[in-house]
Ligand binder design. Structure first.
Ligand SMILES: Cc1cc2nc3c(=O)[nH]c(=O)nc-3n(C[C@H](O)[C@H](O)[C@H](O)COP(=O)(O)O)c2cc1C
Length: 277
């Protein structure tokens, strides 16, 4: 009996589909390959209730269903993508604040702990990066702290920018770091890199202005921006406890849902990249 039978037996039953080994094999044969840019929930062969079930469970990151749903998604793709799409997605969450008790660094850490299965998040900051100076660059080259951050980004499949908001805009410290990186190797670091942007601020608007202010820069850098959800943590002083743990339940839920969507986005980008090679 095939592995697919053991894996998908319960999921097929839940979706109201015949779930004998033959029926599961026939379903996969009939509907494969599902294009890489189509989310499983958007596949044309589901009825409304089936699509809604898949979408809901992914959004909730329901532990008993998400892995099965991801496996079914993989099994329906082109053969080369199955292997690649199943591997872990590495994400670098880059905080744009240097503050020891930064809410944005705390948000990056919360993302790390809420990462869905199959996604590994490493947290990085901009400590040690000097102010950009063309003379420094000409005389000494790219600073070690920038080289280090470049290596961390190149080692990841995706970038998650965690931005504060200063005076309705992008904080200078964060922009300075990105400017240095653009000098280090703009194309390799940013072009087509799956990128998300989230942030926390103390006002009621939760970095909506700074996230919008990043857009022209991200466009120029050529990242592939995730726009399937948003995390705008407002009144951050009430969302985190004194130890920097994200305690606000609604924010935790929203962050989890965002990461789930971002995971699918990164996974599909990886699969598309691998099939283009
Ligand atoms: C120079 C400066 C400007 C700020 N401007 C804004 C702003 O426009 N909107 C906002 O929501 N918060 C603003 N804040 C408050 C920040 O949201 C708050 O300092 C937050 O804690 C910064 O993020 P961090 O905790 O990650 O360092 C500003 C803070 C500073 C220092």
């Amino acid at each position: 009996m095939s592995d697919n039978f053991f894996r998908f037996h319960d999921l097929f039953a839940q979706l109201g589909l015949p779930n004998s080994p033959e029926a599961i094999a026939a379903f996969l044969n009939q509907h494969r390959p599902l294009p890489n840019d189509t989310l499983l929930a958007d596949a044309p062969f589901w009825d409304e209730a089936q699509a809604q079930f898949i979408r809901e469970k992914k959004l909730q990151d329901a532990p008993e269903w998400t892995q099965l749903i991801d496996q079914l998604s993989e099994a329906l793709r082109e053969t080369p993508d199955i292997r690649n799409a199943g591997s872990t997605c590495r994400v670098l969450a880059l905080s744009g604040s240097l503050r020891h008790a930064s809410f944005n660094t705390a948000l990056a850490r919360a993302a790390q702990s809420l990462a869905p299965q199959g996604m590994d998040i490493e947290v990085a900051t901009l400590h040690g990066i000097p102010l950009y100076d063309g003379d420094t660059e000409a005389g000494e080259g790219i600073p070690a702290a920038v080289q280090q951050l470049k290596a961390q980004i190149l080692n990841a499949d995706a970038l998650l920018m965690v931005t504060p908001e200063y005076n309705n805009g992008v904080p200078g410290v964060f922009k300075n770091g990105i400017d240095w990186l653009s000098r280090a190797d703009m194309k390799a670091i940013f072009a087509k890199r799956p990128t998300g942007i989230i942030g926390a601020s103390m006002s009621g608007f939760g970095t909506v202005s700074s996230q919008a202010a990043w857009l022209p820069t991200l466009k120029l850098l050529g990242v592939t921006l995730y726009s399937g959800g948003s995390v705008l943590v407002s009144r951050a002083q009430n969302a985190f406890n004194a130890e920097g743990a994200l305690t606000d339940e609604a924010t935790r839920k929203n962050l989890g849902a965002y990461l789930s969507g971002f995971h699918e986005f990164v996974r599909l980008s990886k699969a598309a990249k691998s099939s283009a090679q």
